[in-house]
Every structure is written in C-alpha cells, then in structure tokens.
Ligand binder design. Sequence first.
Ligand SMILES: [Zn+2]
Length: 178
Amino acid sequence: MSDVNVLYEGYSIMTDKDQMIANCSCILITGNQNVIVDTMTAWDSEKIITDFLFTALQKYNLTPDKIHYVVSTHGHSDHIGNNNLFLNAKHIVGYSVSFRDKYYMHSFDKGDLFEKYEDIEDPNVWLEAGSDDPVQQMRNRLKIAEAADWIVPGHGPKFQVTEQIRNSLHRQAGNAPV
Ligand SMILES: [Zn+2]
C-alpha cells in the first residue's frame, strides 16, 4: 500500500513576455519504497526540510535517510535543487539513474508530463512550457490519464482524472500527427 503526499504545490505564472515565476510540486510517496519526486529550487532547502519533517516524520516516522529514490522528472533547476538532502537514495534525474558515481543504464522520457490542470483543455500551456517530443508527450499524457485516478502536475494542484479529461486527451492524441 503506498500513499501519495503533496509536500509542496508547484506553480508557474508568466509575469512578463520573457519572464515567469515557477516552482515545482514536491511529492512524497511512501510504501515499500519511499520516493521523493522533484526537490524544488536550490533556495528551498528549508521549505523541503520543514514540509518533509512535518509530513514524513509525523505521519510515517520517516527521516530523509529512509528515502529509497529521488525522482527528478527532468533537469530543470526547480526539479533538482535539493536532491542532496537524500543521500541514501538512488537518484533518477531525467534519463539517468545513479547512486554516488555509479550510473545504471535505463531509458526514460523527460519533461513535465502535465504542467497544471489548465493544460488539459489548452495544450499550449504544456507546449509553451517546453517539450522535447510533443507527439510522444501527447501519447504519454493519454496513457497516464487512462491508468491514473489522480494526477499531480508539475506546477499546480493535484486533480482527479475524469472521463471528460480522458476524452479530451483522446481527442488531442487522435489529432496528433503520427
Ligand atoms: Zn517543471
């Protein structure tokens, strides 16, 4: 049985045409393997430690040294800033899986799969945030929406996956050039 906790809710807001403020959602998954997903910017260590101790320690008696995996969904600076708080964990950053200087070979897709709830109806939201492979990302968004009950996007509140959401993503994936 695993449990998903949003330690910090991310955001991304354009403040100017060439400037935005953004930070990622930081998520703790507890279970057989304890996982922390996306560790915010390097300036957020206190925030992470406070949120972590508040939730992990109080709810699960977990300390940072009991985290098995740190997952940075991609290499943006607001997703990797505090990986070094979890030094007993294997670190998965985008494509690479490592522990200390040892690297394990794997292949992963990279990028915020979902930026925020609004990007369901308006794909420009995630496209403009940057995608290495928009067609693949569109397919993967659908794949995840079909399998998941809830989605914690990179930069917004978690949301429940409804049939309407699945239908929208189906329509969009159907429109994607193959
Ligand atoms: Zn992001």
